[in-house]
Design a binder for this molecule. Structure first.
Ligand code: TA6
Length: 284
């Protein structure tokens, strides 16, 4: 069942409810900001001070970073993480699938605003399947006459019981770039978050697991060679208007990404997809 709703400030979002879960996707940024399986806590963290303002990315859920991740290397004054999450996307289709999940497709194409900062013709499609697992696929098609480079991410904010409780498995022995000091390191053992973390990992496996008190969350990433892990910690959380001072305790970002040295080149008429498959398992 998909119905469209509208906030009082005019931002529209889609509400999806089916036998497995409920989800909400804002048309601005094709921003999935809520997903809750029946009988479980919400999977995605959403800032209690998140601002649902036209043109401003929602703090939480799954922001789409496109066509660059982080600062634009050619012009650092451009919007961090690109324009996709601030643009109004077209709601293309909704489909109830036979096993009861729901498939929603949204798309963004080049317009006057995007061409000012990135002068290419493209189709960007987001396919979200809301079921017993959450599957998010971001596909770029190059409609231009020349190839273009991409860095991008599904910047997923996961809702957790407490930052002191969780550990992240699957990164042991993985090389990572630490954005805080610009150095590279090797991850020693499972990852515990006890400080600001802003890292681009280059994992050996496609699976990363959040071990939490009530459940494990498994993120399977496809079409990428990088995984970004971010928690702002105390000082950065205090400095963010759309995150409460304690908000950092309830979230961890694990981001399926073509980022850092994982740069994608899409040829004319070519396409590239990245995918996040998210499964949860309740602990007895
Ligand atoms: O994904 C990590 C990161 O690049 C951090 O450096 C931090 O800036 C975060 O993204 C949030 O970025 P935003 O532009 O959404 O505030």
């Amino acid at each position: 069942m998909s119905i469209e709703k509208r906030w009082e400030n005019g931002l529209e979002y889609i509400v999806i409810e089916n036998a497995f879960a409920e989800a909400k996707i804002a048309l601005q940024g094709a921003h999935l900001f809520y997903y809750q399986k029946k009988g479980e806590s919400p999977l995605l963290w959403l800032g209690d001070k998140a601002q649902f303002e036209p043109g401003k990315a929602i703090r939480g859920g799954v922001p789409i970073c496109f066509p660059w991740f982080g600062k634009n290397r050619a012009d650092v004054t451009l919007l961090q993480h690109g324009f996709a999450r601030n643009q109004l996307w077209e709601w293309v289709s909704s489909e109830e699938r036979e096993e009861g999940s729901t498939h929603i497709q949204l798309q963004l194409t080049a317009n006057e605003t995007t061409r000012k900062v990135w002068d290419y013709a493209f189709i960007l499609q987001l396919d979200v399947i809301i079921g017993s697992e959450l599957v998010i696929t971001l596909t770029t098609t190059n409609q231009d006459q020349k190839p273009f480079e991409l860095t991008q991410a599904l910047h997923t904010y996961f809702n957790i019981s407490d930052i002191d409780t969780i550990q992240i498995d699957g990164l042991d022995g993985t090389i990572y770039h630490n954005n805080l000091d610009g150095q590279e390191y090797s991850q020693d053992g499972d990852l515990i978050i006890n400080q600001e973390v802003d890292r681009i990992y280059y994992p050996h496996s496609d699976s990363t697991i959040i071990q939490d008190s009530e459940r494990t969350v498994t993120l399977i990433s496809e079409g990428v060679h990088a995984l970004v892990v971010w928690n702002p910690w105390i000082d950065k959380a205090k400095a963010m208007v759309d995150m409460s001072d304690e908000g950092y305790r309830k979230m961890i970002c694990l981001e399926t990404a073509n980022a850092g040295r994982d740069i994608v080149v899409v040829e004319p008429n070519g396409s590239h997809s990245l995918k996040a498959i998210i499964r949860t398992n309740l602990l007895k």
